[in-house]
Design a protein around this ligand. Structure first.
Ligand code: PLP
Length: 823
C-alpha cells in the first residue's frame, strides 16, 4: 500500500514537508537493501553497533529523498528536495508508522509468542492455511522491535489474515509490539528459560509475554503448565483461552490422547470437543508434537476442517532456520534458500546474496521457481520480482515453472532464460557453464531444487570432519549384542563425544535406548539437557562450583573424595532434596581419583547418616586394560574393586550397581561386565585390542588449494625446513595446526591420502595450511585429501606422532565443520 509522505509525517506529528504528495511504499532500515528509492522512507537508526545517519548521503545519491532522523547534519539541508523528518527516536517513529498502517486493516491477525517454536508454529500455520487464505506473515524470524514493524508493513489490500511472531528480550518491550501488531488471536507456544537474563524470574517473563494478548479475542495455549496457568489467571486472560492439553482429563477443547512414534513419523490422536481424530506428522521429536498441536489448535479455531488439517499436517515441511552458503563447482558460490518462497523472503535472500558477493564481484545469478500462494496476480507478483532482481544487481535470472515463464516480458531488462520444469532445466545442461558466479537458489519445495544444488555444489571444498552416525550405531549395537542382556551401557560422550559432537551423538544413542551417558564436566551435561537428552547423565569430574548445574539439570555426579561428598550432601540438604543419585568412585590402582580401601568405614558412616544422596553405583577405572603385559595388574584391580564394592554394598540397605570396564576392558574381559560398562573409544570405532567388527566413525578431510612444481634445491614453508633433493610437485592443503593437525606430522613424519596415494607432509605445518609432496601423481587442485578415515586409521596416525587415538580425535578444533551423515 502507498501513503503520501505528508500522511506519514502527520503520524509523527511533523507538519511541514517538501513535495507532500510524494508516494511512500517502502520502509527501509538497512541502507544496503534499497529498492525503488523514489518511494522509500529511510529510518536512520542508532544501534549499539551502527548509526544509520552515516548512510544518508549515500542513499540520497541513490535517489532516496525521505529520511527519518534523530540528528540533522547542516550540509543535508542543501540537498535538493530532501525531506528530513526530525524525531527523538527513529525506531519509535518506525513503530508508529507501522501502527498507523495496521490501523487500516480490519482482519484477523494472529500473533505468536513463547520461548521456543515461534517461527515453526508460524510457518506451519501458514502451511496449513495458506492455500485457503491470503496470508501476510513475518519473514523468517522477524520478531524484534525492528522486525515486527517491518513485517506488519507488509499487510496489503489482498491480505485476509495477518500472521506475525513477537519476541522479547527485555521487560516492557511487549507492550510496544502489541500496539504494532494489534492481534486478535494469540498463540502462546510455551515458556522456557530462553532470554532469561533480563528478567527477574520466569513469572515476570511469562506475564510480560502475555501483554501481547491483552486485546485478543482468544488466546491459544497449553493447559496444565502450572506457571502459564497461573499467569493466565492473574491477567484474566484465561476466560478467553482456547487450550490444548496433554492431560486427557482436563477441560480443554483439544486433548492429546496418544502419541505413537515410528521411524520417521508419528501418529497423534486428539480429541476435539469429544471428537477423536488422528494426524500423521512427518516428525518424531517432542518439540514438533507440541508445535503442531499449537498450529492445529489455531487452525481449528479458524474453523478449518479436520480433513484439511489431516491432509496438511501429513505434508508439513521442516523449517530451515538459515540460509546456507556453500562452495560450488567452478568457483561458484551457492546460496541455498528453500526456506520459503515468497516475495519477502526473496528480498531478504537477495540482500544476503549481496553480502556474499563483493561489490565488484562477477555475476549474480538468481534461479527462481514459481512463487506459490502469493495472493497477488502473476503480473503484479513477477513485476515486483523483476524490480527486486534489478535493484539487487542480478546479472541473470533463470526462471523455472509455467507461471514465471508466462511473465517473461517483465524481465526484459535482465538477461534471462526460462524453463517449464526443474527437469527441463537439468537436461538443458546450462548449469555446466556457471563459472565464478554467486548463485541464489530459491524454489518452492515442490520444485525440488535440491536436485539442482546437488549438481552445482562442490560438496567437499573445505576442511570437515565427517561423522558417520550409522557407524556409531553399528558399534553400539555390536557391543550390545556381545553383552549380557541385562548389562547397562554407559556411553561416554565426554570431550564433545571424543571430538565428534556430543549433542548429535547422544541424540541418536538415546533414540536407540542407551542406558546412561557420561561427561567430564557439568557444562557438558547441561548442553545435552538443553538438546533434549533425557537419559541419565553421570558427570565424572564434578567440582563444587558446578553443583547448581548438577541439581538443576539432574546430572549425577561421580563422588571421589570426602570434600566433594560433604559439600554435596550439604548443598542437597539445603535444597531439601532427598535420594539424589551419586556414583562412588574407588581407586584400585589408577591413582587418579577415588576413595581408598581405608576410607570405606567413614564413607559408610557419612552415607548412612543422611538421606539427601543415594548411591546408584560404585565403580573404578582400569589403568592398563588394553595391555597384555599388565594383565596381572588389571586382574588385581578387578579383584580389589570387587572387595571394595562388596564392603560398600554390605554397609548399605539398598542395592547398588558395580562397573569397572572401559572399552579395552569390555573387549578383553567381558566376563567382568558386572552391572554396567563404560563404552568410550570403541563406540567411535577404535579398538585398543584389535577387535574385529567395529566401523570407523570419523573422517577428517580437506582439499588441495594450489599445486606448485619446484626445482631441486628449493625449500618449502617456514624456516625453509622442506628441503628438496629432487624436482618435485608440492600441493598446499587447507588444514593446519589451528585445525588440530599436530605440528609433529610435519617434515615427512606424517602422511595423508590423496586419490588413493599415501603422500608425505613436507616442511613445517602452518597455522592454517600444510604442504604435501605429490611428485609424479595424477592429482589436481580441488582434489580431496584425507587426514584420517576409513582407509587411513586414526590409530596409525597417532602412532606416527607418539600419541594415542584419543588425542588425535579430540584435537580436531571447533572451527572444523562437523558434518553428520547417515547412509
Ligand atoms: C574416559 C573414561 C572411560 C572410557 O574410556 P575408553 O578407553 O574410551 O573406553 C571410562 N571410564 C572413565 C572413568 C573414563 O574417564
Amino acid at each position: 500500500m502507498t501513503y503520501t509522505i505528508s500522511e506519514i509525517a502527520k503520524t509523527l506529528k511533523i507538519k511541514e514537508v517538501n513535495n507532500p504528495e510524494s508516494p511512500i511504499s517502502h520502509l527501509l532500515s538497512d541502507s544496503r537493501e534499497v529498492f525503488n528509492p523514489g518511494e522509500t522512507l529511510f529510518f536512520a537508526l542508532k544501534t549499539a553497533n551502527n548509526d544509520g545517519h552515516k548512510y544518508v548521503d549515500e542513499l540520497y545519491n541513490l535517489g532516496v529523498r525521505h529520511f527519518v532522523v534523530q540528528t540533522i547534519h547542516p550540509e543535508w539541508k542543501n540537498l535538493k528536495d530532501i525531506n528530513l523528518l526530525h524525531v527523538k527516536d527513529s525506531l519509535l517513529a518506525l513503530q508508529k508508522v507501522a501502527t498507523f498502517h495496521r490501523e487500516h486493516f480490519d482482519i484477523p491477525v494472529i500473533a505468536i509468542t513463547g520461548s521456543n517454536g515461534k517461527t515453526i508454529v508460524k510457518e506451519w500455520i501458514y502451511q496449513m492455511l495458506g492455500s485457503e487464505k491470503n496470508i501476510t506473515r513475518s519473514p523468517r524470524s522477524y520478531n524484534s522491535q525492528l522486525g515486527v514493524p517491518l513485517s506488519v508493513w507488509q499487510l496489503n489490500e489482498n491480505t485476509e489474515l495477518g500472521l506475525f511472531e513477537a519476541g522479547i528480550s527485555m521487560p516492557n518491550e511487549m507492550t510496544r509490539l502489541q500496539k504494532i501488531i494489534q492481534p486478535t488471536i494469540g498463540v502462546f507456544t510455551n515458556i522456557g528459560d530462553a532470554h532469561q537474563e533480563n528478567f527477574k524470574n520466569l513469572k515476570q517473563k511469562c506475564l510480560e509475554k502475555l501483554e501481547l494478548f491483552v486485546n485478543c479475542d482468544v488466546i491459544i495455549c497449553e493447559e496444565g503448565n502450572k506457571l502459564l496457568d497461573e499467569c493466565m489467571e492473574a491477567t484474566c486472560l484465561s476466560q478467553k483461552s482456547f487450550t490444548w492439553s496433554y492431560n486427557n482429563r482436563s477441560n480443554s477443547p483439544l486433548l492429546i490422547l496418544k502419541v505413537e512414534k515410528l521411524e520417521a513419523k508419528s501418529f497423534i490422536t486428539y480429541s476435539f470437543l469429544g471428537l477423536p481424530f488422528t494426524v500423521e506428522l512427518p516428525f518424531t521429536d517432542d518439540a514438533s508434537v507440541e508445535n503442531v498441536t499449537s498450529s492445529i489448535a489455531a487452525a481449528l479455531y479458524l474453523t478449518t476442517s479436520i480433513k484439511t488439517i489431516q491432509e496438511k499436517v501429513k505434508q508439513l515441511e521442516p523449517v530451515a532456520m538459515r540460509l546456507d552458503v556453500r562452495r560450488g563447482k567452478n568457483n561458484n558460490i551457492i546460496v541455498n534458500d528453500t526456506y520459503n518462497s515468497d516475495i519477502n523472503s526473496l528480498k531478504i535472500a537477495l540482500s544476503f546474496l549481496g553480502q556474499q558477493s563483493a561489490e565488484d564481484s562477477p555475476k549474480r545469478t538468481l534461479i527462481l521457481s514459481d512463487i506459490l500462494q502469493s495472493g497477488f496476480s502473476d503480473e503484479a507478483l513477477y513485476k515486483s520480482v523483476s524490480d527486486l532482481a534489478d535493484s539487487a544487481s542480478i546479472g541473470r535470472i533463470i526462471g523455472i515453472g509455467h507461471h514465471i515463464s508466462d511473465q517473461q516480458k517483465l524481465f526484459a531488462n535482465i538477461p534471462h532464460i526460462f524453463f517449464d520444469s526443474t527437469e527441463d532445466f537439468i537436461s538443458s545442461g546450462i548449469w555446466n557453464e556457471f563459472h565464478e558466479e554467486t548463485i541464489l537458489l530459491k524454489g518452492s519445495r515442490h520444485f525440488e531444487f535440491e536436485r539442482i544444488s546437488e549438481l552445482i555444489e562442490q560438496k567437499n571444498h573445505e576442511t570437515v570432519l565427517d561423522i558417520n552416525l550409522d557407524a556409531i550405531l553399528h558399534n553400539f549395537k555390536f557391543h550390545r549384542s556381545r553383552m549380557n542382556p541385562d548389562t547397562k551401557i554407559i556411553c561416554m560422550v565426554k570431550a564433545d563425544a571424543y571430538g565428534s559432537g556430543s549433542e548429535e551423538v547422544a541424540k541418536i544413542l538415546q533414540y536407540h535406548k542407551c542406558d546412561y551417558f557420561a561427561v567430564a564436566i557439568a557444562e557438558e551435561g547441561v548442553v545435552l539437557r538443553k538438546a533434549g537428552i533425557k537419559t541419565p547423565i553421570i558427570v565424572l569430574n564434578p567440582e563444587v562450583s558446578g553443583f547448581n548445574q548438577l541439581f538443576e539439570s539432574y546430572l549425577e555426579p561421580e563422588v571421589y573424595n570426602f570434600r566433594i561428598l560433604d559439600a554435596f550432601i550439604k548443598e542437597a540438604q539445603r535444597r531439601g532434596i532427598s535420594d539424589f543419585p551419586i556414583h562412588i568412585k574407588m581407586d584400585t590402582g589408577m591413582h587418579r581419583l577415588g576413595f581408598a580401601e581405608e576410607d570405606i568405614p567413614l564413607l559408610l558412616e557419612r552415607l548412612r547418616s543422611q538421606q539427601a544422596l543415594k548411591v546408584k553405583s560404585t565403580f573404578s577405572h582400569l589403568a592398563a586394560s588394553e595391555s597384555w603385559a599388565f594383565d596381572d595388574f588389571t586382574t588385581q584391580q578387578i579383584s580389589l574393586f570387587k572387595k571394595l564394592a562388596s564392603a560398600l554394598q554390605d554397609g548399605l540397605d539398598y542395592p547398588i550397581w558395580r562397573h569397572i570396564l572401559n572399552s579395552a576392558g569390555i573387549e578383553r574381559f567381558p566376563e567382568e561386565q558386572m552391572d554396567m560398562v563404560r563404552l568410550g573409544i570403541s563406540l567411535y570405532g577404535i579398538s585398543a585390542s584389535g577387535l574385529d567388527g567395529l566401523r570407523n566413525v570419523c573422517t577428517l578431510k580437506t582439499t588441495i588449494l594450489q599445486i606448485k612444481h619446484l626445482k631441486k634445491g628449493e625449500t618449502v614453508g617456514y624456516g625453509r625446513r622442506g628441503d628438496l633433493d629432487h624436482d618435485a610437485s608440492i600441493a598446499t592443503i587447507r588444514i593446519g595446526y589451528a585445525d588440530g593437525l599436530s605440528r609433529q606430522f610435519g617434515n615427512r613424519n606424517g602422511h595423508v591420502l590423496v586419490n588413493g596415494h599415501l603422500v608425505p607432509i613436507i616442511g613445517n605445518i602452518c597455522m592454517d595450511l600444510s604442504m604435501i609432496e605429490i611428485t609424479g601423481l595424477d592429482i589436481k587442485e580441488g582434489d580431496e585429501v584425507i587426514l584420517f578415515g576409513d582407509e587411513l586409521s586414526v590409530i596409525d596416525q597417532a602412532k606416527k606422532i607418539n600419541t594415542i587415538p584419543y588425542e588425535v580425535l579430540t584435537s580436531v578444533s571447533s572451527r572444523v565443520r562437523r558434518i553428520y551423515f547417515r547412509e
